[in-house]
Design a protein around this ligand. Structure first.
Ligand code: SIN
Length: 286
């Protein structure tokens, strides 16, 4: 897709583009704003390197895509309640990695986020890449019979496994030195979403399930649901549906949470990685 005010260079066949020719710390023109929105719909995740952003700039750029979504369970910055600090200290070693399972953000919510804007304040000397996968490409590659069956299914989502009253983060051994996660029984709530959702901007259909927050199919048990869910997760992360991004300090990534999953790789033990994330409010999936 040609743009007039920015340049987009794809980083993989399935999704992901590096955007150049724009300084996000300056006030954007209407054309620049429209083109970075369009670039997100076109590429699903966009990366802007060498951007010197204040927290106010970060919030303003996230605001190009929608209202801010306040993230539950994860303690935000004291000075900016709409920015979460995603930090892993050298002393966290191998044990802790926020976002280190394939997921789409907060699908346990009735209105899950449209997307997230993740800014790198300090990148490790190697590693700490983020993987993204294109859930539209994954859906498109299924057989017509499977697409038809999935289109009739609803999935039950919940934060229970991570943030619920008996979730992973209730065990002190699973809390990191660097981030504060506050599980509580509101995490046990269940929410229903269609297994196949339609993107409100493009009309494209995508799979909308993920291994952290999808519990089972509605009206089925977990045992009955899991084999098909496992097949779909394996299918969705086929290498040709993915891109892999190597961060440098002062890069902003914005991803579309409605048609992708992402995974933060934990391979930089002994080094510091510090990110700030602003999450963007979304709509009820249909
Ligand atoms: C996240 O899942 O939001 C974090 C991704 C990352 O730190 O790369």
């Amino acid at each position: 897709m040609p743009y007039e005010t920015i340049t987009a260079q794809s980083i993989a066949g399935a999704l992901g583009a590096e955007i150049t020719g724009i300084d996000l710390s300056s006030q954007l023109t209407n054309s620049q704003t429209a083109e970075i929105q369009q670039a997100l719909w076109d590429h699903k995740v966009v990366f802007f390197r060498d951007q010197d952003l204040t927290p106010e700039d970060h919030l303003r750029i996230a605001g190009v895509f929608g209202e801010v979504y306040r993230v539950p369970f994860v303690k935000a910055r004291d000075d900016y309640p709409d920015i979460i600090d995603i930090v892993k200290e050298p002393e966290d070693g191998d044990m802790y990695n926020f976002g280190g399972v394939w997921h789409t953000d907060a699908s346990f919510d009735e209105k899950p986020p449209l997307g997230s804007a993740l800014y790198s304040l300090q990148s490790p000397p190697y590693g700490g890449d983020t993987l993204f996968t294109n859930m539209e490409a994954a859906f498109d590659a299924l057989s017509d019979g499977m697409k038809d069956m999935l289109s009739k299914l609803t999935a039950v989502h919940s934060a229970e496994r991570n943030y619920g009253s008996g979730g992973y983060f209730t065990d002190d051994d699973n809390q990191s030195a660097s981030m504060t996660i506050n599980p509580d029984d509101s995490g046990d709530k269940e929410t229903l979403h269609p297994v196949v959702r339609t993107h409100p901007e493009t009309g494209n259909k995508s799979l909308y399930i993920n291994p952290i927050y999808t519990m089972r199919f509605k009206d089925m048990t977990e045992d009955e649901s899991q084999p098909l869910l496992d097949f779909l997760y394996d299918h969705a992360i086929r290498p040709e549906f993915q891109c892999r991004f190597t961060w440098t300090t002062n890069t902003l990534a914005v991803w579309d949470n409605r048609c992708t999953m992402h995974f933060a790789i934990n391979d930089y033990a002994g080094h510091r990685r510090h990110m700030n994330r602003v999450t963007i409010a979304g709509e009820r999936p249909v």
